[in-house]
Design a protein around this ligand. Structure first.
Ligand code: XLS
Ligand code: MG
Length: 344
């Protein structure tokens, strides 16, 4: 299928074992070695990696061993015909970061978080990517009285500044999310992410990654969240997926809940030539019911829907759309969109 000028990515956690908070894994684990060849086979160009997806035992390695392990992995990724989009420090699973990482009340935990994030930069350098993703998973509270939110904002800026200073060649992507795992997160929306970046020591090196499900959980429209960041030249990454209302983070296949919402996300990206600034990443999970041998179908589905929607966006009758907008005939505009989505 025509891929236009887009490059596509996903992460190894998007092929997963199906455990949920109420039940154990239902599919066998697959190693990164097994997953890498699938990426290309599924039509994708790049992989996204948490620091410990790349190097599972990173906390036990010397810096020299870490660099060597990253070099070996880079070769393996290149041999699979892929590149690495970004590295993300997984700051939310360690027992120490139970109540936050960069915004933990305990200074020893904050020091661990910064140290761990610096390791992501060491890995990224060897993997030939300049992008570090910060999903600020536990930067928030279970009860508001437990932390000082203004102080936490200062700590986040300080943490990003330290990383920017550690390597003048890296760029940082902030991935907002309003809740889960914490009840309330400090960086819930794209606006918060952009604002945080603007107050760092080098705003030109801080951008955002918009995840569709996170925008929906914040009660916002994903295409508007992206448009805001595109207008500010800050949209450097996306995690497209879908979400059925205000409930747990579902990471459904792109477009599978609300096709028109997906259409608008593709429209905004396509009209602003997003392929010049970033890759199209998907953060999707297959349903728990899916059998192991068919546990990548959601990735195929998401990519297929994205590409077909690019086709729909580009096949719209521009003149008719402009005429409807000029005439303030939004019922006609509505019909043009629905008609295109229904196959014209
Ligand atoms: C979780 C996040 C996570 C990040 C990567 O909700 O979307 O998957 O994208 O750490
Ligand atoms: Mg995500």
């Amino acid at each position: 299928m025509e891929k236009y000028s887009y490059r596509f990515s996903f992460g190894p956690w998007n092929i997963h074992e199906g455990a949920d908070p109420f039940g154990p894994p239902v599919r066998p684990s697959r190693s990164l070695d097994e997953k890498l060849p699938l990426v290309r086979q599924l039509g994708f160009d790049a992989i996204q990696l948490h620091d410990d997806d790349a190097i599972p035992n990173l906390d036990d390695l010397s810096s020299q061993q870490l660099v060597q392990a990253a070099r070996d992995l880079r070769r393996q990724i290149e041999d699979a015909g892929l590149t690495t989009e970004w590295i993300a420090p997984r700051l939310w699973e360690d027992a120490r970061t139970i109540d936050g990482a960069f915004t933990a009340n305990d200074p020893a935990v904050r020091a661990y978080a910064s140290d761990r994030a610096r390791k992501s930069i060491d890995i990224a350098r060897e993997m030939d990517t300049d992008l570090i993703l910060l999903w600020l998973a536990r930067e928030g509270t279970y009860i508001r009285e437990s932390k000082d939110g203004a102080w936490a904002t200062e700590r986040l800026i300080e943490a990003v500044n330290e990383l920017l200073a550690y390597d003048p060649g890296i760029r940082i992507l902030i991935e907002p999310k309003p809740n889960e795992p914490m009840d309330l997160a400090y960086i819930p929306t794209i606006g918060h992410g952009v604002a945080l970046g603007m107050f760092t020591s080098d705003p030109a090196r801080v951008g955002v990654l918009m995840e569709s499900a996170h925008a929906v959980l914040a009660g916002l429209d994903p295409s508007d969240e992206m448009a805001f960041a595109l207008g500010l030249r800050k949209l450097w990454g996306v995690h497209l997926n879908d979400q059925n209302g205000l409930k747990f983070d579902q990471d459904r296949s792109f477009g599978s809940v609300d096709l028109r919402r997906a259409f608008n996300q593709v429209r905004v990206l396509d009209e602003h030539e997003y392929w010049n600034v970033g890759m199209v990443g998907f953060d999707v999970k297959t349903m728990r019911t899916q059998k192991a041998e068919r546990a990548t179908a959601h990735l195929r589905n998401s990519l297929d829907v994205f590409l077909r929607l690019v086709g729909v966006v580009r096949s719209m009758d521009r003149q008719a759309v402009s005429a409807a907008i000029d005439g303030r005939d939004y019922e006609e505009l509505d019909h043009l969109v629905m008609n295109a989505l229904l196959g014209g």
